[in-house]
Design a protein around this ligand. Structure first.
Ligand code: C5P
Length: 245
């Protein structure tokens, strides 16, 4: 029979470290896609939400790999951080972090990249002798990291969570995204300018969970990104303890 101290320690770690033993992958921040060595295209993203999620997982005892695009944030404590720039690098870093139990894709991945980035700085003068002639960039679609991680296979995480940043029809668009991407849960948030979500401290989200034919929607009140991260980590701890590995 186990010693009382061992039982107490197990109970304590269950409550203080409910994600102990869990491996988690989180993507965060934007990706940047080179046009030439000095110019790039990107998305607006501070990385605050993704970094807060990685920190919340680590505080609950999970082993966390955070794959992040360029952000001006400190590395969260107790997290392995892999820094990348482009979507292709982010996908490669995510694949290298597998296998994991849970993946949360918070990154604002650029949907397109320049088909062939110029190895040299593109000179305005070389474009044309005629002034103000538009420069045309050919863009190709980037890989979808969330969809790639959600695809059935031996290395698919048990739980894959996406984010849906929408400016209109937030819930409908997010529900559709759950189907398109093949993930298990999606966190929908309204990032229209009025909310001040992008770059700000606050967020308002809905957690949408796959639940047979009709997804289950939980509306969360407006709260800080740190609080969203805490609540998401709690929900994940509940889901994991209901269906242990
Ligand atoms: O399609 P959309 O960009 O709106 O989907 C958002 C979700 O998909 C987020 O979880 C984001 O991290 C993920 N995503 C991705 N790779 C892409 C585009 C989006 O992982 N190329």
């Amino acid at each position: 029979m186990a010693e009382p101290d061992a039982i107490l320690a197990a109970i304590e770690s269950h409550f203080s470290a409910p994600l102990a033993g869990l491996r988690a992958l989180v993507t965060s921040g934007p990706t940047i896609e080179a046009i030439d060595p000095v110019r790039y295209i990107t998305n607006r993203s501070s990385g605050k939400q993704g970094h807060a999620i990685a920190a919340a997982f680590a505080r609950r005892g999970a082993g966390v790999t955070l794959v992040s695009g360029p952000v001006a944030l400190a590395d969260p404590a107790g997290v392995e951080v892999v820094r990348v720039e482009s979507a292709e690098q982010m996908l490669a870093a995510c694949r290298a972090a597998l296998p994991v139990d849970v993946a949360v894709c918070t990154a604002a991945v650029a949907d397109w990249r320049v088909k062939e980035a110029s190895p040299e700085k593109i000179k305005k003068e070389a474009q044309s002798t005629r002034r103000n002639r538009p420069l045309t960039l050919e863009l190709v679609q980037n890989p979808d990291i969330l969809a790639a991680l959600s695809a059935p296979g031996r290395e698919r995480p048990r739980l894959v969570v996406g984010f849906a940043a929408e400016t209109i029809d937030v819930l409908d668009n997010a529900r559709a995204k759950l189907g398109q991407k093949g993930c298990d849960w999606i966190v929908a948030n309204d990032v229209s300018a009025e909310g001040g979500v992008i770059g700000g401290e606050m967020n308002q989200v809905h957690l949408i969970r796959r639940n047979g034919a009709e997804p289950r929607v939980e509306d969360w009140p407006r709260m800080t990104k740190a609080a969203v991260a805490e609540r998401l980590a709690e929900r994940i701890a509940e889901a994991v303890s209901a269906a242990p590995p």
